[in-house]
Design a protein. Structure first.
Length: 237
């Protein structure tokens, strides 16, 4: 799964890398501990143009009657996203990029008495990347004039050989050449062609390091969270 990630790349570099304007996007301060239910930076197609927008992390399907009773749909498995009722409509026609420059996974301990060890995982190049995402727009039932909630979920896949010792799942990180096709409305409804775009990037493109358990608390948000730690058991708050 993917339950935390980072985005601290400068705004100008993000705009250039993903060829999108970020002028109207707020809340782009460096973030080192992005968590579910927070607003996250996405890129999707609107009026035949790529648009950057902050969306709620945790997809709320358009058909939901009471969002408070939904599970936290922060991740969607690529094995079932095209057919599962919660995600299939978004897979067909509401796809997005979720921008990041690293993500966290927690490695299970060797002994039950030990806590999980957090790892920060990024590209060897240090460059930002796009996770494959799905989005939806929801309004409270019987409130047609209410402000819509736009929300999203990160697609996940089996971990690659480099990362499988840390966790069995990982986010789908799109190859740069697959980013624009993933958003392309011309592929709406073409499940096979869309699935082909989710081919993972090579394991050698990644790097990982154990980090402090300070990341376990969403109250913590600073560059020290991604620094390699010789003793990741330190720092619970």
């Amino acid at each position: 799964m993917c339950g935390r990630f980072t985005l601290h790349t400068e705004k100008e570099l993000l705009a250039e890398r993903f060829e999108v304007s970020l002028d109207g996007v707020e809340s782009l301060a460096p973030r080192y501990n992005i968590a579910p239910a927070q607003a996250i930076l996405t890129v999707h197609m609107e009026d035949n143009a790529a648009r950057a927008e902050m969306m709620h992390w945790g997809l709320v399907p358009a058909w939901a009657k009471d969002r408070s009773k939904l599970p936290k749909m922060i991740n969607a498995r690529i094995e079932t996203a095209a057919s599962k009722p919660s995600y299939r409509s978004s897979f067909r026609r509401q796809r997005c990029l979720i921008l990041a420059d690293g993500f966290y996974e927690w490695q299970a301990p060797a002994l039950p008495t030990q806590g999980k060890t957090p790892y920060w995982i990024s590209l060897e190049s240090g460059q930002p990347f796009a996770m494959a995402g799905l989005w939806a727009e929801w309004r409270p039932p019987n409130e047609p004039d209410a402000e819509p909630l736009r929300s999203c979920s990160i697609l996940t896949t089996q971990a690659n050989p480099l990362l499988v010792s840390i966790h069995e799942r990982m986010p789908v990180i799109l190859r740069p050449e697959a980013e624009k096709p993933w958003l392309d409305p011309a592929l709406d409804g073409q499940a096979e062609a869309l699935s082909a775009l989710l081919e993972p990037i090579p394991p050698k493109a990644f790097r990982s390091s154990a980090v402090s358990k300070r990341v376990n608390s969403t109250r913590n948000n600073g560059p020290e969270l991604i620094q390699p730690s010789d003793d990741p058991s330190l720092g619970f708050t």
